[in-house]
Design a protein around this ligand. Sequence first.
Ligand code: NAD
Length: 480
Amino acid sequence: MQIQNYINGQFVNPISDSWLDNYNPANGEVYGKIPNSDIADVEKAIEAAELAFKNWSKITLEERGQILLKISELILANLQSLAEAESKDNGKPVSLAKEVDIPRAASNFKYFANAITQFSSEAHESIGHNAVNFTLREPLGVVGCISPWNLPLYLFTWKIAPAIAAGNCVIAKPSEVTPATAFLLAEICKEAGLPNGVLNIIHGLGSTTGQAIVAHQKIKAISFTGGTKTGAHIAKVAAPMFKKLSLELGGKNPNIIFADCDYDKMLATTVRSSFANQGQICLCGSRIFVEHKIYEKFKTDFIQKVSELKVGHPSKEETQIGALVSQQHLEKVKSYIDIAEKEGGKILYGGNKVEVANFENGYYLQPTIIEVNSNQCKLNQEEIFGPVVTIMRFETDKQAIELANDTKYGLSATLWTNNLNRTMQFSKQLKTGIVWVNTWMLRDLRTPFGGQKESGVGREGGFEALRFFTEQKNLCIKYN
Ligand code: NAD
């Protein structure tokens, strides 16, 4: 697949004519080229976006909404081909992309097409002063959206949809590791009648293309999802220009399991929250803490269930665990498994690369369970972002809360219990942006989404996203 930039409604090659290889993780082969764009391409996109903003910011919400709904419909109409493209680019099972990634991308556009018609602002009557105040929420202008490789179209559209719904024009950069569905989205937007220049998609490396977007004076806001280190760098570059920033970063999420939970439901969900998408979801519960009363039983049952997971080629219907996204990432994940014993851990299951017949050069790894006896080991403190979880026992509620909060991250937490008081105690004390109780990754797009501590700044989702992509202006009118 030869990918091109999408600027001003046209598919174009990078000005420098420089290209990067795109790999298929399932077989380790190069299957396409992507633009290695630089500042010159970004400049062109900004020019187009500034021009498009003049009209896009003024058309009615109904018109904007109709186009977003059309994009949503077209994504669903292309469900199969988009799911296959996502899988080929990322290594995730086609079945997962078909069930989760692509439908969610469609929902993102549908949700914000409707949400913008319900978005309102405040009015304040200044009684005694004969004055009335009201707030305008105006689009920012040209904004930047930068997304990672783990949920490519899902997260790319999660940013673009609210940005354009609110009347902005966008310079968007998908991850260079998974550019395919962003390229296909451009075709869909064109077909849906999105005016030229409203969405511009530039492909390339983070250090050049991404950096050019973040550092550009004319880009008013950056919505970024990716690693904590990258987020810190972006904040440093953007701060002197006083850009609005939304940063959705890494996680090291606790999954806290009490003996009084609904055991079977917990076990099935814990397998998913540990290994869905090869464990490459920022919300995966990678630190599992189990109450001592059921620790041994859980350990046996969990190992059994995980051993039944099928690792295989992503296109096979029965595959539950596909390939990791890249050779480099596979090596990084493996390096944590390699230090497990030195860190006081014991590998209970997995730990090895998997050779899938006919696809020996693919990036496959066994789902891996490591028992640890301290939360201070690297395995529990650093984000591995692969099919690796640790398990550890705890004795008391107090200890469980301390262990859960004992990390620099604060994205999400999962709690399994049927005790209401415990649910409330934990929900109040956990230092995370999201707490799931007796479920995992159940998402309602109206809710604020984001992390505390080094997991990020700001919230996406619902009206929070529309607030981020608009600037408030207070009007005060005095009357006699
Ligand atoms: P990454 O930080 O390496 O890259 C993310 C994006 O930023 C890519 O498009 C990349 O090209 C770009 N980028 C890199 N350097 C840049 C720079 N200097 N300036 C501008 N852009 C730059 O992250 P990744 O490896 O693609 O994704 C994995 C990370 O994303 C994990 O840490 C994971 O937890 C996190 N993540 C967080 C959430 C969330 O909602 N909090 C969701 C998904 C993934």
